[in-house]
Design a protein around this ligand. Structure first.
Ligand code: NVA
Length: 401
């Protein structure tokens, strides 16, 4: 399905409809403590990003610390590789293996240094105890990690949105980012928390796994999450200025997409696109918008609406197959993290140092590869796109379709 497609088909990304300068985003902020004396001042928002490619100025990079193995609940079982199931059953509530995590932590520290060397301000979430058990009136769980800010935080213009993520173990993940959120808010950002899902049993199709068809049902539009309440993970969205592309998945339902569309308003149009994916969760290893006119696609997961890009004049490029060995531990994802890349601007792309075919493709496309080792960090389910949230890019709100 592809929503409001008609307008897209008649234009190309070169025919920009409107151009709104972002640069500094000015918002009004009350300065006075006197209730009757409402003075305001112009403030530049520290949060401003409209797409996946404008020049990156500030980024949040996730953390390995205290990453905890979650319980094998239905919403997790629906998406993670079957090879991980026993590990989750046996280790729920414990930390991931120390030595593996030490290597992952050192890779991420190096990633941060490289980003800083490229002139980007790097921010980190707080270290919190993800192994602590918690209860709401509806469920009990332990936490997961604060490794993948891309899943939680969605930046649209000067607004930073805490997403209503679908996994119970991620219910309190926002706590690791609250110091940053408060700082951004104080400095002028628009800070929004989407309605927190109850995550009671009604949000999950409890028969989904029992059906024995978990990998067949997405093709029929059935997912482990129901439409009981809005839910989405930010990583199911790719931003291209006024047009935002997303997928329905095990973590993102229609009600979640509707909530987001209403929240961000008429300036933006969210388009649902679907890829042939037997365990859809997070669009950024299936379809990645690299820069205006260039989209990277997963050859194993063709996108049913790819003509929308082609008709708008975009080049559609297939990602080379990943080189990560099949026996490499991937607790949460496939090895297609090779295409899960962070653009630093139109010309620079962060790519896994081990993924030579992907680097060669990017070089052929005229992109400069910033190589980073993600071998151990990727085990937690993300490449450079997942491990980050681009807080501020130097660009403007534009139309590319
Ligand atoms: N769930 C997808 C995307 C991960 C970023 C995968 O495993 O490839």
């Amino acid at each position: 399905m592809f929503l409001p497609a008609a307008s897209l088909l008649n234009t190309t990304f070169r025919q920009l409809r409107r151009k709104v300068i972002c640069g500094p985003v000015f918002v009004t902020r009350s300065k006075s403590s006197q209730p009757h004396e409402q003075r305001t001042e112009l403030t530049k928002s520290p949060v401003c990003s409209y797409n996946e490619w404008d020049c990156l100025e500030e980024v949040i990079v996730g953390r390995v610390e205290n990453a905890t193995v979650p319980e094998l609940t239905p919403e997790i079982q629906a998406v993670i590789p079957e090879t991980s199931w026993d590990y989750f059953r046996e280790n729920a509530g414990k930390f991931f293996p120390t030595e593996h995590m030490r290597k992952a932590r050192s890779e991420i520290a190096e990633f941060c240094r490289i980003l800083e060397h490229e002139g980007i301000t790097v921010r980190r979430p707080d270290i919190i105890d993800h192994a602590k058990s918690f209860s709401t009136p509806d469920f009990t769980s332990t936490g997961l990690y604060a490794a993948m800010p891309r899943d939680l935080l969605l930046v649209i213009g000067d607004e930073i949105i805490e997403s209503p993520m679908a996994w119970r173990c991620r219910f309190f993940e926002y706590r690791a980012y609250r110091s940053l959120m408060k700082e951004y808010f104080r400095d002028g950002a628009k800070w929004t928390t989407a309605p927190k899902p109850l995550m009671s049993n009604e949000l999950y199709d409890m028969d989904y796994i029992k059906s024995g068809k978990r990998l067949e049902l997405p093709a029929r539009g059935r997912y482990v999450t129901t439409e009981f309440e809005p839910c989405f993970d930010a990583a199911d969205f790719q931003r291209a200025g006024r047009d935002i592309f997303c997928q329905l998945s095990h973590t993102t339902n229609r009600m979640g997409i509707d909530w987001l569309q209403r929240q961000i308003g008429d300036e933006y149009t969210i388009h649902i696109v679907q890829c042939k994916d037997d365990a859809p969760m997070h669009i950024d290893a299936s379809l990645c918008l690299l820069k205006p006119g260039l989209v990277l696609v997963n050859p194993d997961r063709p996108c049913y609406q790819i003509d929308v890009f082609k008709k708008a004049g975009w080049d559609v490029v297939e990602a080379p197959r990943p080189t990560t060995p099949s026996d490499h531990t991937m607790w949460f994802s496939s090895t297609w993290l090779s295409m899960n890349v962070l653009m630093l601007d139109h010309n620079r792309v962060v790519v896994d140092v081990n993924e030579i075919p992907t680097q060669k493709l990017f070089e052929k496309l005229g992109l400069e590869c910033i190589k980073v080792d993600f071998r151990f960090a990727s085990s937690l389910g993300g490449g450079s796109h997942c491990w980050t949230c681009d807080v501020r890019r130097n660009g403007s709100l534009e139309s590319y379709f």
